[in-house]
Design a protein around this ligand. Structure first.
Ligand code: AHR
Length: 487
């Protein structure tokens, strides 16, 4: 069956902000501890306490921005507990995530070191739910003030002479839920108050991020835009892909039915509707598009792997996750005007992770490979696409980079038949002379990488791409994510 897509080169859209490829690392389960931080004394090879295998994997991914310390943890985090000599740091209970002891060995200094080592910009999420205005104000001063002040001096005493550069700062997380169960009117007022004291010191300019809605809570967006728009640079949105009928029955990450496969994509594709509707509200209050939408938590959320701590949110990652990543990144790119950042949850060992670890072993998940394949879109111009998919489960986005090369990302989330894909290159000033591609493909719906077989799923060349008379044709198998380059 022939499928057809038409690219309108006269319909170029906005630049795809590289930050759409951002990540999120919370003090949750084995994300920070074990997954990233093993400590300087560990037998696992590390750089100042950060494990080298994970460091290398994250560096190769060219992560633009990393959100920390939470999530729900952020609104219980008191930053002063995580500075100074590690042996003296306060031990606390991580009440949200498994009730385990948090020894605060990974704090502000360690986070900035991680960002520096992997080349990511830090995105810090402050505490509104259980913190004070003063605590938030002092944290920003500690991190970004270079002059003489109590907090800048404290930072120097703790070994960091120069202020760090920090752009992205979130004022609370999920304040409609774990961050304080607030009404939007109340949070809007608190946001206005807290953000007042998030100062710009010297040349450091903070980009202020307000807590946005959960899924389809359009009233939250309405109230926040109406009451607090002049005080924010961005509003967030959280949407997780779940498969089960409720939060209590999310389904297994590996053992699932074809019906669950279908429900997964329904939930993932819902992101498009959510962004469209929230943006319609934002357009009403902000027609000049000054306030960005940041999807700073997204990804699959399944039941934890059997035998693991239910509070640790450790799940495996199959071709289904890879396709959810591909489809969602396509959606972000197709909304490049307003979606300026996104942060998949979470980087290591939690939810839809890039990397899984077990002791000194590490594997790259299929989701990691999709992020790696898609990174060619960063900073490129999104292209307006139209596709007649004939009801076939295909999802697509494309971009043109500064060199004039076009990259097309194609997700086939069908389980059975492949598609012979035909693309008309309309309006292209320079007909491409070359087409190459990469594909991540599975032969069964629950295929995944294990510590014993870490390369079951990995990208390969996409063969059989033909170019003639301004048309590109290629066969796309089911359960696959492809990126095609035209030059
Ligand atoms: O990512 C896991 C949790 O999901 C985060 O801590 C919270 O913000 C969200 O509910």
């Amino acid at each position: 069956m022939k499928k057809k897509a038409v690219i309108h080169f006269d319909g170029e859209r906005s630049t795809i902000n590289p930050n759409v490829y951002g990540h999120f690392a919370e003090h949750l389960g084995r994300c920070i501890y074990e997954g990233i931080w093993v400590g300087e004394e560990s037998d696992i090879s590390n750089t100042k306490g950060i494990r080298n295998d994970v460091l290398q994997a994250l560096k190769s991914l060219e992560i633009p921005v990393l959100r920390w310390p939470g999530g729900c943890f952020a609104d219980e985090y008191h930053w002063k507990d995580g500075i100074g000599p590690r042996e003296g740091r306060k031990r606390m209970v991580n009440t949200h995530w498994g009730g385990v002891v948090e020894n605060n060995h990974f704090g502000t200094h360690e986070f900035f070191l991680l960002c520096e080592l992997i080349g990511a910009e830090p995105y810090i999420n402050g505490n509104v739910g259980s913190g004070t205005v003063q605590e938030m104000q002092e944290w920003v001063e500690y991190m970004t003030f270079d002059g003489e002040s109590p907090m800048a001096n404290l930072r120097r005493e703790n070994g960091q002479e120069n202020a760090w550069s920090l752009t992205y700062f979130g004022v609370g997380n999920e304040n409609w839920g774990c961050g304080g169960n607030m009404r939007p009117e109340y949070y809007a007022d608190l946001y206005r108050q807290f953000q007042t004291y998030v100062r710009n010191y010297g040349k450091n300019k903070i980009y202020k991020i307000a807590c946005g809605p959960n899924g389809d809570n359009y009233n939250w967006t309405e109230v926040l835009m109406r009451e607090a728009k002049p005080y924010m640079d961005a509003l967030t949105l959280h949407h997780y892909t779940i498969t089960g009928p409720s939060w209590n029955e999310k389904g297994s990450a590996i053992k699932f039915t074809e019906e669950e496969w279908g429900r997964t994509f329904k939930s993932a594709l819902h992101m498009d509707e959510l962004i469209t509707k929230h943006c319609t509200i934002m357009d009403k209050y902000d027609p000049e598009n000054k306030v960005a939408l940041i999807v700073d938590e997204w990804g699959t959320w399944f039941d934890v792997e059997p035998g693991t701590n239910p509070g640790f949110l450790y799940q495996q990652n199959t071709i289904r996750d890879a396709l959810v990543a591909g489809v969602t990144l396509n959606i972000f790119q197709n909304h490049a005007e307003r979606v300026q950042m996104a942060n998949i949850a979470q980087t290591v060992n939690v939810l839809q992770a890039m990397v899984l670890t077990e002791g000194d072993q590490m594997l790259l998940t299929p989701t990691y490979h999709v992020f790696n394949m898609y990174k060619v879109h960063k900073g490129a111009t999104a292209i307006q696409l139209q596709m007649d998919s004939g009801g076939e489960p295909l999802h697509i986005s494309a971009s043109k980079n500064k060199e004039g090369e076009v990259h097309i990302s194609l997700c086939h989330y069908g389980l059975k038949d492949g598609a012979d894909f035909e693309l008309e290159l309309r309006g292209w000033e320079h007909q491409p002379s070359q087409a190459t591609g990469t594909i991540l493909q599975a032969s069964s719906m629950n295929e995944h990488n294990t510590f014993e077989q870490p390369d079951t799923l990995k990208p390969a060349n996409l063969e059989g791409i033909k170019l003639s008379d301004g048309k590109l044709s290629v066969s796309i198998p089911p359960m696959s994510v492809s990126v095609i380059k035209l030059s």
